[in-house]
Design a protein around this ligand. Structure first.
Ligand SMILES: Cc1cc2nc3c(=O)[nH]c(=O)nc-3n(C[C@H](O)[C@H](O)[C@H](O)COP(=O)(O)OP(=O)(O)OC[C@H]3O[C@@H](n4cnc5c(N)ncnc54)[C@H](O)[C@@H]3O)c2cc1C
Length: 389
């Protein structure tokens, strides 16, 4: 039976990053992926600029657009385009982006088997046996990178994953001339759906548009999505798209992500930012942390992986807890937030710095708290004027 130091289940950004790092550290890593690559992955494909801090190679060839700001709107009744003088995010299509990451992992020395769905795992001497339809592989450690409610997640945490937001995503063909005009910013609409937002991200020849309700209040977001799409002015053929609902496993509470030689990374660990719904950066960063901890454990001859939980706690959970507080306020009062941005546009630049990794959610929250009184007054004043005009 083929044997590996680590088997990584799932070849999204988390799995391929883990395998890349493990291979670079000289470990024998296998990635098992159920789909044949390249595969379509429903996703906005927005990479906040802090991705530059975790990338070890260029992704230039798969960047569809680089954006410098956001066109904010409230229920698309009015809009406010807040552009920065520096980029805030890259836009990618996930089939191309994930294939590039997989080929970098293979290039670093990991074995990549696509079309290999993992059916289950079981304890075995020295680690685990991992079963696909027709093969069995053995390893010392398993990394579960198989997304929300995947096989590995269910093995370590049999209870159903909580805090999964309802979302819809579609790639929509757009008028190429209109698309050129809009390819340097993303569109975020507050109030398009209760407790969430709608987005339109520019790509070459299409918009990745979607909607997500973050608190589970809305179970069927389709109607909200259709309304958002009908109001987009760049769309030339509205009937030319398909949309489907997808789970978005938002962070809710800190949890243990290691158990008996298994680690959960990315969506499998609920590591999605609860304010923006950003998951790719956190998938890659958690995978890097997991790989470092496994490499250290193997070098020391130890089987203790608990440092992973500690590092996720200090680096990611503190951020998510701050993002969660911000999301409670903003999505409960989306109109006030929109009005606040209108009156105090410098707040957007402060958030852009969080996206760039030059600042953090914890600092942004601190600043909002310190100025809460005056910010509230400003937001309420404009909201009241609007309500009574
Ligand atoms: C509608 C929508 C829009 C989003 N937009 C953005 C965005 O703009 N920016 C952003 O940062 N994040 C976004 N996200 C979140 C982002 O897509 C995820 O957080 C990210 O893909 C997580 O990466 P991952 O590697 O953990 O999991 P995934 O990318 O889900 O990869 C998991 C992989 O595991 C494979 N797999 C599953 N089960 C098995 C099995 N049994 N055996 C083998 N392989 C298996 C799957 O085929 C898949 O390739 C969005 C999510 C949704 C739903």
């Amino acid at each position: 039976m083929p044997s590996y130091d680590v088997i990584v289940v799932g070849a999204g950004p988390a799995g391929t990053t883990a395998a890349y790092e493990l291979a670079k550290a000289g470990l024998n890593a296998l990635i098992l992926e159920k789909e044949k690559f390249p595969r379509y992955k429903p996703c906005g494909g927005g990479l906040s600029l802090k991705i530059d801090r975790v990338l070890k190679f260029s992704i230039k060839e798969v960047i569809e657009a680089t954006v410098r700001g956001v066109y904010f709107s409230y229920q698309q009744k009015e809009g406010l385009c807040l552009l920065s003088d520096r980029p805030i995010a890259y836009m990618v299509m996930r089939d191309r982006f994930d294939s590039l990451l997989a080929s970098e992992a293979s290039g670093a020395g990991a074995t990549f088997l696509d079309g290999s769905r993992v059916k289950g795992i079981s304890h075995a001497k020295g680690g685990y046996d991992v079963f696909t339809e027709d093969k069995v592989f053995n390893c010392k450690y398993v990394i579960g990178a198989d997304g929300a409610n995947g096989v590995i997640r269910r093995f370590t945490h049999p209870q159903k994953m909580r805090a999964v937001a309802a979302s819809i995503e579609a790639e929509i063909p757009v008028d190429p001339h209109a698309a050129d005009r809009h390819n340097h910013y993303i569109h975020i609409d507050f109030g398009a759906i209760p407790y969430g937002y709608a987005w339109a991200f520019p790509k070459k020849g299409c918009l990745s548009a979607g909607i997500a309700g973050f608190r589970g209040i809305v179970k069927q977001p389709k109607g909200y999505f259709d309304t958002f799409i009908k109001r987009q002015d760049t769309i030339s053929r509205i009937e030319g798209y398909k949309h489907q609902g997808y789970p978005l496993p938002l962070f809710r509470n800190p949890q243990h992500l290691t158990k008996d030689g298994i680690m959960l990374v990315g969506d499998a660990g609920n590591l999605v930012d609860p304010f923006f719904g950003e998951g790719i950066y956190y998938a890659m960063r958690s995978a890097q942390i997991a790989s470092t901890v496994i490499s250290e454990a193997i070098n020391k001859g130890s089987s203790d992986l608990s440092r992973y939980d500690a590092l996720i706690g200090t680096e990611l959970y503190t951020e998510f807890q701050a993002a969660q507080k911000i999301s409670y306020v903003i999505y409960t009062f989306p109109m006030m937030w929109y009005n606040l941005l209108f009156e105090r546009p410098e707040l957007a630049e402060k958030y852009y710095n969080v996206l760039r990794g030059d600042s953090r959610y914890t600092l942004f929250l601190k600043e909002l708290k310190a100025n809460a009184g005056s910010l509230m007054k400003t937001a309420i004043k404009r909201s009241l004027v609007q309500l009574f005009s």
